[in-house]
Design a binder for this molecule. Structure first.
Ligand code: AMP
Length: 299
């Protein structure tokens, strides 16, 4: 009879789920003693094909893959979806095992934030614009938990999704500024067949909202097409993106911008590499998406 992996169990294939820091440290030490390169993929669970692709990318850079599953309270605002965020742990453990993850770290909130916890990481300017402006304190929570996860797992490499574009930019800056010995890899956004970026939050969408949500990826495609056609009026393109977002039934646009890929500053003139970013609200659900735009070299 197949038994499903439970936290703390070690299966014949070597898959382990651990909820204590000591267990994680011990297992990572063992892997390192076997000269294995340690990779880490932080997640909040409710795993989907986007997360699985991160595990696969991680496997190309490391040979002991640690996935972390932790719905991090400090990155949610008081009015946000912390309570209702999906937590299908048994499904997640099965998905992680099937995807070749070696160790899943599933700490509870007290393990990460014990009584008296009072130290936070603030990444400067990058944290205060766009998502940071709309979600004050969000990146402080993200940077703090990721630094803690890095301290616990001590990975050689960590993989984040381009889907959360600003997040990977903030974490790259933290890694650089604090001299963390971790290579940061950013993996491509995985999409549904119709173009919607996969997200654990897509589960909140009603069938009607799910249809409307397509305006996010469409507005990014619109920007890419206009730039590819030699239309370099970035202000007009951003306006058209925003209008396209607003054309979706029940969609409230939050931002639609073309920015520098590293500084995230809005651009007034085109450059070889740009990133188009959008955010919108559909009912009680917030969705974000982005697309890298590379202009062809003039031949
Ligand atoms: P989350 O569980 O939503 O916090 O995401 C965990 C990691 O998965 C983050 O690095 C995300 O950027 C990444 N991720 C989420 N959705 C996708 C996606 N559709 N494609 C690629 N990576 C993703």
């Amino acid at each position: 009879m197949m038994t499903q992996p439970q936290a703390g169990d070690e299966t014949a294939e070597g898959f382990v789920a651990a909820s204590s820091i000591d267990d994680v440290r011990r297992l990572v030490r063992q892997a390192r003693a076997q000269s294995r390169r340690i990779g880490c993929v932080p997640t909040m669970g409710a795993l989907h094909a986007g997360h699985v692709s991160l595990f696969e990318v991680c496997r190309r850079h490391a040979d002991f893959i640690v996935a972390t599953i932790f719905v991090n309270p400090t990155q949610f605002g008081p009015q946000e979806d912390f309570q209702r965020y999906p937590r299908p742990l048994a499904d997640d453990l099965r998905a992680a095992q099937a995807a070749g993850v070696d160790l899943v770290f599933t700490p509870d909130a007290e393990t990460i934030y014990p009584e008296g916890f009072d130290t936070f990481v603030e990444v400067g300017g990058l944290s205060s614009v766009l998502e940071g402006e709309i979600r004050p304190g969000h990146f402080r929570g993200v940077a703090t938990v990721v630094l803690k996860l890095f301290q616990i797992v001590q990975p050689d490499v960590a993989v984040f999704g381009a889907k959360d574009y600003q997040q990977q930019a903030v974490l790259r800056q933290m890694t650089r500024d604090l001299n963390l010995p971790v290579e940061i890899v950013t993996a491509l956004t995985i999409r549904e067949p119709d173009g919607l970026a996969m997200s654990s939050r897509n589960a909140y969408l009603s069938p009607k909202e799910r249809k409307s949500a397509l305006v996010l990826s469409e507005s990014l495609a619109l920007a890419a097409a206009r730039l590819a056609n030699g239309d370099f009026d970035l202000g007009a393109i951003a306006t058209a993106m925003r209008e396209h977002l607003a054309s979706g039934a029940g969609v409230q646009p939050e931002y639609a911008l073309i920015v520098d890929p590293d500084t995230l500053e809005p651009l007034s003139a085109p450059q070889p590499r740009m990133t188009a970013l959008v955010a919108a609200r559909l009912g009680t659900t917030r969705l974000i998406d982005n697309r890298e735009i590379v202009l062809d070299e003039p031949s």
